[in-house]
Design a protein around this ligand. Structure first.
Ligand code: FAD
Length: 442
């Protein structure tokens, strides 16, 4: 029999936590959202340079958000928004561009929270510090109120939905000799503005969207920027088109005590800073062994469909683990599925069947020759297959054709015009289709 009203703890009020709260309540549940910050938005709550300053520039301690001041979205707004709450340049827009700055995404998420009356569900400045499974299968959630007194509280919930994000705990490249190298190392998590790099020689490690944006940001003031890309052939040493102070290299071979850094291409450069744009680690410090999952080399395991730990499903779930995706629609569909599974409207397969499915995903990864850390990487068309599977489970229409085409068009445009794809594009016909489609929600 369906059990329609469960008391649920949601960890985090970023885009995933907000989507989860809305869908859980729509399904008749009673979610309580714990949020460490004083506001909704998660990643999109930009932390100014002063508050991001940290004693450990390679660490995560100071802030949650990894956004830099100049960040504009890397997806067009039509693609990026929730399925039934279009991310249009509304009258309340703070940046009406198609690829807006981060402030506009925060404005959109705040609008979402207001429109669906979610603020009342959130306990702000309250950090979840422990989640423990009780004998009867319910979960004791320990939270700590931030502030002077820091009181702790323990409450019992029927289930826990984890939406704590995965762009906060830095992953650092291992560089032989780095310990004795006298320069400054930092992670992109702590990068905000280019001014501190005035006239410096900076090495940026990575080939992600952030590495690309940050190199260009820094090149506007730095003496030299050298990008180290481990996927570039070992002999690579190329000046970047349009820049007289930026070069692309293969990976760093070693750093030396005299301040020089040697690339695999044999070039040696005296550098002031190494910036690690090398991604992030999944981290769930509040979960114990009774969560039944382990995190090894960025693989959260074993999870059925990247959401449910098989042994304790459906009482523990994770929204938002996949990457190389359009995040908000995926959060929305995962949340609808979790809400319905929790109410009993959707049945999960047996544990054995779920494990078979997990093994099939391992196999797919191996066939592609992907390392373990790509366990939740959805590139190569898999995201839409996955989204549409979730949609079908929930009786929801599949992802709109225009959104799929626009995502592909944007990827192509980004590759062809890395400098200007946010301001020049060829898919206005898809924008027109999206705007037509949005009329039913506006
Ligand atoms: P988050 O936004 O990280 O939210 C997690 C929340 O959980 C936070 O509010 C945090 O305070 C809270 N929390 C964590 N631990 C606890 C705890 N123990 N107790 C209580 N609260 C806790 N996506 C796009 O769609 N388009 C883009 O252009 C884009 N650009 C990006 C650029 C950068 C540099 C980065 C890092 C990400 C970008 N993303 C982009 C992806 C972005 O992360 C997602 O859009 C989305 O914001 C992730 O939402 P989330 O809710 O999963 O996580």
């Amino acid at each position: 029999m369906p059990s329609p009203s469960l008391r649920l703890a949601v960890v985090g009020a970023g885009a995933a936590g907000l989507a989860a709260a809305r869908e859980l309540r729509r399904e008749g549940h009673a979610p309580v959202v714990f949020e460490r910050a004083a506001a909704v938005g998660g990643t999109w709550l930009y932390a100014a340079p002063a508050s991001a300053a940290t004693a450990d520039p390679l660490g995560a301690a100071a802030t949650h958000s990894s956004l830099y001041a100049s960040l504009r979205t890397n997806l067009p707004r039509e693609v990026m928004g929730f399925l039934d709450f279009p991310f249009t340049a509304a009258s309340s827009a703070v940046d009406a561009r198609r690829f807006p700055g981060h402030q506009e995404v925060l404005r959109y998420l705040e609008d979402f929270a207001r429109r669906f009356d979610l603020y009342g569900l959130v306990r702000f400045e309250t950090e979840v510090v422990g989640v423990r499974r009780e004998a009867g299968g319910r979960w004791a959630v320990t939270s700590r109120k931030l502030g002077e007194k820091g009181e702790q509280d323990e409450e019992v919930y029927d289930a826990v939905v984890v939406c704590n994000g995965h762009y906060t705990e830095p992953r650092i490249a291992s560089i032989p000799g780095a310990d004795a190298w006298p320069g400054k190392q930092m992670h992109s998590h702590n990068y905000r503005v280019p001014e501190p790099f005035l006239d410096q020689v900076v090495i940026v490690i990575g080939a992600s969207a952030s590495a690309f944006d940050i190199s260009r940001d820094i090149a506007s003031v730095a003496k030299e920027v050298h990008i180290a890309d481990r996927s570039a052939p070992a002999s690579t040493c190329e000046q970047q088109p349009g820049y007289d102070n930026m070069w692309l290299h293969s990976m760093i071979d070693r750093a030396q005590e005299d301040g020089s850094v040697v690339f695999q291409d044999g070039n040696s450069i005296k550098a002031d800073v190494i910036m690690h744009c090398t991604g992030y680690l999944y981290d769930f410090p509040f979960l114990g062994d009774d969560s039944t999952i382990s995190v090894d080399d960025n693989c959260v395991d074993p999870l059925y469909k990247h959401v449910f730990p098989i042994e304790v499903a459906p009482d523990l779930s994770f929204i938002g683990l996949p990457w190389k995706v359009i995040p908000f629609p995926l959060f929305e569909l995962q949340s609808k599925w979790v809400a319905r599974v929790l109410s009993g409207r959707i049945k999960l397969p047996s544990k054995d069947e779920m494990m078979e499915d997990v093994k099939a995903t391992y196999l797919r990864r191996e066939i592609r020759g992907w390392p373990k850390r790509y366990a939740h990487n959805f590139s190569g068309g898999y995201q839409f297959e996955y989204d549409d599977w979730l949609a079908e489970q929930c009786g929801h229409p599949p992802i709109e054709e225009w959104r799929k085409l626009m995502y592909a068009a944007n990827s192509k445009n980004k590759a062809a015009r890395p400098e200007s794809y946010r301001d020049e594009w060829d898919d206005d016909h898809l924008v027109a289709q999206a705007n037509e489609d949005f009329k039913k929600y506006l």
